[in-house]
Design a protein around this ligand. Structure first.
Ligand code: AMP
Ligand code: ZN
Length: 487
């Protein structure tokens, strides 16, 4: 297997990737909180992990990819303050909280499918794992690192930090964290101000609540990921991922919970994706600068000049490395759409290239370079630069400036199949099922007949074909890069 290097937040370096029990590989990614529509920022994170998932599969790993659905226990603030996000929305919309959960889970899956993200192997929900969360909480109390007070259970961060490195993911000093956290108010049940809730007592009006050894309540947000990752991937697994904004609190607490529970740090590699920004500011619902994917596809957002297809959006995301910020703008999307179309047009041109006995290009070196890019922490911008070299080779062969052997033509097909379609998850826009595949073959045939007619100087027939296609709303374009068609 190829040597793969991955940037590990734990060590803050790129490390050679070693799997615990190859070819089996466990990957856990924090999923969406389904109380509102996912915005494009969330989509970026899930698309980045989809790319990683796809590449690991491509390398031959048998990946169990677990991405949870947070459908309970997420309060507005990360530190156990504010309203329950689901209850608040339910009240506002006069719905059952589980109706909110259903509505936005379905919406989330639809968007993921439109963006061609593969479904994870398991998508467990927090509400489906209340018992598991309680069991871990009980054990942490038994191990002396959590305490119950007035029906709430808190994790004792300062006690934990005495014998463990609580800030292992961020390398920040505990004193610094303490300085930045508000003082406890008199009525607080917490002992220390960094303590966080594992279980929260429900107020009588609270809708989503469960019985527990500590009274009726609901789990804290962080404990669900410890419970679900342990259940499906074991106490130690290979990769844990999420957006960078989860690193300092959610993931830091998750590691502490796991170590307090069983003495083991859950994942060997922690991967964090960078943020999608708008004018340099993180896209977020609370800042009011978020774009919904649908607004982007239809072009209905006031800041957009037109709509962009899901694949153009996917290509836009792939043009930036997952650990760099990506700024969203109409101009950047327009440029990506053009580049994506060039990539796809060249694929069509590739079908029509006639082989020469000898090749004037080094396609094998290009394939190696594509692997090198991906093995360097999934570097898609570099991969795309190499794919543009493939485009150059294809166009140059089509214009008869250089020659390509049959083996090299086959290899270019393979590069497209592996890197463009399988790994980056791009697909031809008109590819919506069997009907379109059949249409593609029929169009290929019709265009070949037209080419033959032209070659025989039978312009009446070639014009007739073109006119009839136009009448059927199929546009044929004779471009520099060959004949293309669109509906
Ligand atoms: P949430 O639904 O808020 O729990 O977020 C789901 C995922 O989206 C988390 O992994 C977040 O880190 C990630 N996320 C939130 N905002 C952004 C953003 N602007 N860019 C990239 N990822 C984001
Ligand atoms: Zn999580």
């Amino acid at each position: 297997m190829e040597k793969l290097f991955i940037y590990n937040t734990l060590s803050r370096t790129k490390e050679e990737f070693k799997v615990i029990n190859a070819p089996f590989l466990g990957m856990y990614v924090c999923g969406p909180t389904v109380y509102s529509d996912v915005h494009l920022g969330n989509c970026r994170t899930f698309m980045s992990f989809d790319l990683i998932y796809r590449y690991l599969i491509h390398l031959g790993y048998k990946v169990r990819y677990v991405r949870n659905v947070t459908d309970a226990g997420h309060l507005e603030g990360d530190r156990d303050e504010g309203d329950d996000k689901f209850a608040k929305k339910a009240k506002l919309m006069q719905l059952e909280p589980m109706e909110i959960v259903q509505k936005y889970t379905v919406g989330f899956r639809d968007i993921m499918a439109l963006l061609n993200n593969l479904p994870p192997s398991i998508e467990p929900t927090a509400t489906g794992h209340i018992i598991e969360q309680q069991e871990i909480t009980k054990q942490i109390i038994k191990n002396g690192l959590a305490y119950e007070h007035n029906g709430n259970v808190y994790f004792d961060v300062e006690k934990y930090a005495k014998s463990n490195n609580y800030t292992v993911l961020t390398n920040r000093k505990l004193e610094e964290l303490l300085e930045n956290t508000r003082e406890l108010e008199g009525q607080d049940d917490k002992k220390g101000r960094l303590d966080f809730a594992l279980w929260i007592k429900a107020k009588p009006e609270h809708l989503m609540k469960w019985p527990s050894p500590w009274g009726v309540g609901f789990p804290g947000w962080h404990i669900e990921c410890s419970a679900m990752s342990t259940k499906y991937l074991g106490e130690q697994f290979d990769i844990h991922g999420g957006g960078m904004d989860l690193q300092a609190t959610h993931h830091t607490n998750e590691i502490a919970q796991n170590i307090a529970y069983c003495g083991k740090s859950p994942a060997n590699y922690w991967l964090h994706t960078n943020m999608l920004t708008v004018n340099g500011q993180k896209m977020s619902k609370s800042l009011g600068n978020s774009f919904l994917p649908m607004e982007l596809f239809t072009g209905s957002h006031p800041l957009l000049a037109k709509g962009f297809s899901p694949m153009a959006v996917r290509f836009f995301m792939m043009q930036t490395h997952y650990r760099s910020t990506l700024d969203f703008s109409n101009d950047a999307l327009t440029a990506s759409e053009k580049a994506y179309n060039r990539l796809m047009d060249s694929y069509k041109v590739l079908q029509s290239i006639k082989a020469s006995p000898k090749s004037g290009e080094n396609v094998a070196a290009l394939e190696r370079a594509c692997y090198e890019a991906m093995n360097d922490d999934f570097n898609t911008p570099v991969l795309i630069a190499h794919l543009f070299e493939a485009i150059r080779m294809i166009n140059s062969a089509h214009d008869k400036k250089t020659a390509l052997s049959q083996a090299d033509i086959d290899l270019l097909h393979k590069i497209y199949q592996h890197f463009v379609f399988d790994v980056m998850g791009l697909k031809k826009e008109e590819e919506t099922g069997k009907a379109s595949t059949a249409l593609e073959s029929v169009m290929q045939l019709v265009l070949e007949l037209r080419d033959k007619a032209k070659a025989n100087k039978d312009f009446a027939t070639s014009d007739e074909i073109r006119n009839k296609l136009t009448a059927a709303n199929i546009q044929v374009k004779d471009g520099k890069e060959g004949v293309t068609w669109s509906i």
